[in-house]
Design a protein around this ligand. Structure first.
Ligand code: NGO
Length: 522
């Protein structure tokens, strides 16, 4: 019933509400000037213009994305842009159900010309990605939330686009510093703009436990009560967490929750004395050292705890994966580490999820179907790389997060006020210029599921801190994950990247003005 009313109202009258006067001319953004680079672009020299009479044409299955698009376009254009089932020219058409199988599960086709723009896809995810392309083809001012002068041209031609990898992620560490649901939503919107599809949340670490577990309430009550530097910390209730998952899904991102174990567990150990081998709870921790904590591998209560946590977390997770950490278990012997992983991985499977672990998991026996997240460096020793490569040869999938390439918490230069430098300084060209397919010697390229850029937050406190470290590096990671290898070229990429800056300005995103990029004058 609600839908019908909406369509009728939408179709009833079409007029501009408070549109600003148009500037005389505006050259459309060239069709290929998009990040990530589309798989194929064929401009035809024509153009479409969004006007006060333009409609967003949808059907029952595409209405949600139509409303999302209208939500972006209406405030800045000041046009009504009704979302309607009515056809005709002068429309942005959103269509599901292309017979073109090559578009796959996330691809789309965008046709633009005098009579409108049509985005076609086989799935809503594909349609959503096509909408992100359309956004980038419009003038940057479209991102503002107040009425801006037009015109609103879109270059004519055809884009056919599908991703290179199915895993295009970013990670946010909400343990070292806590970030609110609204801050996470903002981060999600930043990822969606570049067609990322996974949001990995690092929900527990030495400094804070951030997700409510009903059967172990002190984890959040006490273990979530501080953070690095001693602030008040915080945590997500189950309702908060569901809201994050819902919002991410509305942007076609899957949330991958991580509970790091057996190391990085001081917040849990501090909350429950029983979890410690000596039965004594350590104090809460607000520093930034790593590797000093471990769950007690020989105590049965450890596995009751892990079972409860995984069961409750799996129940909050519609996605397929559950990340169990496994990095830097320096306070767990190798023997214990293997024993622990042998017992814990089947628990993940029992609750219907697939294991992901940091690549140290390959030192134990990764479960069938598990993914290992590689976070080494170019300089990581051959033996460690070979261990990961062997696991990949035996069927373990890889997510690549090389720390000296795409750790978003690494400083850009020695003068970057935020961030760490243990993996080196990572300028924007360095984070872009590598190839996931042949990155890890000996690992079959078919094992590579994609890329993920982690943002660890020992030094990151505010939204603008996040933005400064994420931009401009994240779009490069997105391009590594999405665009065909044949389009990879720093010199052309940096021009497309520079063209994003006015969009970030319009969105209120502060970014690092790297001297490597030919930014437009401010
Ligand atoms: C390492 C460590 C994290 C740190 C991060 C800082 C991994 C997987 N474990 O990455 O605990 O926060 O570096 O860059």
């Amino acid at each position: 019933m609600r839908r019908r009313t909406l369509l009728l109202v939408a179709a009833a009258g079409i007029s501009a509400v408070g549109a600003a006067p148009e500037a005389p001319t505006r050259t459309p953004t060239p069709l290929g000037r998009v990040v990530p680079a589309p798989a194929s672009v064929a401009p035809d020299g024509t153009a479409f213009r969004i006007t006060p009479t333009t409609r967003i044409q949808v059907d029952r299955n595409t209405e949600r994305i139509g409303l999302y698009l209208a939500g972006i376009l209406r405030p800045s254009t000041g046009y009504r842009l009704p979302v309607t089932s009515r056809g005709g020219s002068d429309a942005i058409r959103l269509r599901l159900g292309s017979r073109d199988k090559a578009l796959g599960g996330e691809g789309y086709r965008l046709d633009s010309g005098k009579h409108g723009v049509t985005i076609t896809a086989r799935t809503s995810a594909g349609l959503f990605h096509g909408v992100q392309t359309l956004r980038q083809l419009l003038p940057a001012a479209v991102e503002k939330r107040t009425v801006q002068p037009g015109p609103w041209p879109v270059a004519g031609g055809t884009i056919k686009d599908t991703p290179r990898y199915g895993w295009r992620g970013a990670m946010l560490d909400v343990s070292r510093h806590f970030f609110t649901v609204d801050q996470v939503k903002r981060f999600i919107d930043e990822l969606a703009l570049y067609k990322l599809n996974k949001l990995h949340l690092h929900l527990s670490d030495d400094q804070g436990w951030r997700i409510a577990i009903d059967s172990w309430p002190r984890l959040t009550e006490y273990g979530g009560s501080t953070q690095v530097g001693g602030g008040p910390g915080g945590f997500y209730t189950k309702a908060d967490y569901k809201e994050i998952v819902r919002y991410a899904a509305s942007r076609h991102l899957e949330v991958v929750p991580e509970i790091d174990m057996p190391g990085h567990t001081n917040a849990a150990l501090a909350s429950y004395a029983d979890l410690n081998c000596d039965g004594v709870a350590p104090p809460l921790y607000t520093g930034t050292e790593v590797g000093f904590s471990s769950l007690c591998v020989d105590k049965e209560v450890t596995y009751d705890f892990v079972d409860d946590v995984i069961r409750e977390l799996a129940a909050l997770t519609p996605g397929r994966y559950l990340h169990i950490g496994g990095d830097e278990a320096h306070s767990t012997s190798h023997e214990d580490y293997v024993k622990f992983m042998d017992r814990v991985q089947p628990v993940v499977a029992r609750y219907g999820k697939t294991v992901i672990g940091w690549h140290q998991l390959t030192g134990a026996t990764p479960a069938k179907g598990a993914l290992a997240q590689y976070w080494g460096l170019d300089e990581t020793g051959a033996e460690e790389k070979a261990q990961v490569a062997r696991a990949a040869q035996n069927g373990t999938g890889l997510i690549l997060s090389p720390a000296d390439r795409i750790y978003l918490d690494m400083k850009y230069t020695k003068d970057t006020p935020l961030g760490l430098d243990w993996a080196g300084l990572v300028e924007v060209d360095r984070s872009y210029d590598w190839d996931p397919a042949d990155y890890l010697p000996g690992a079959p390229s078919s094992a590579v599921q994609g890329v993920e850029a982690p943002l660890w937050t020992e030094t990151i406190v505010t939204t603008s801190d996040i933005d400064h470290m994420v931009f401009p590096r994240l779009p490069g990671v997105a391009e590594l994950g999405w665009s065909p290898a044949a389009t990879h070229d720093w010199d052309t990429y940096k021009v497309r990247l520079a063209a994003q800056a006015p969009r970030w300005d319009a969105l209120g995103i502060g970014y690092y003005r790297s001297p490597k990029v030919p930014w437009p004058a401010e």
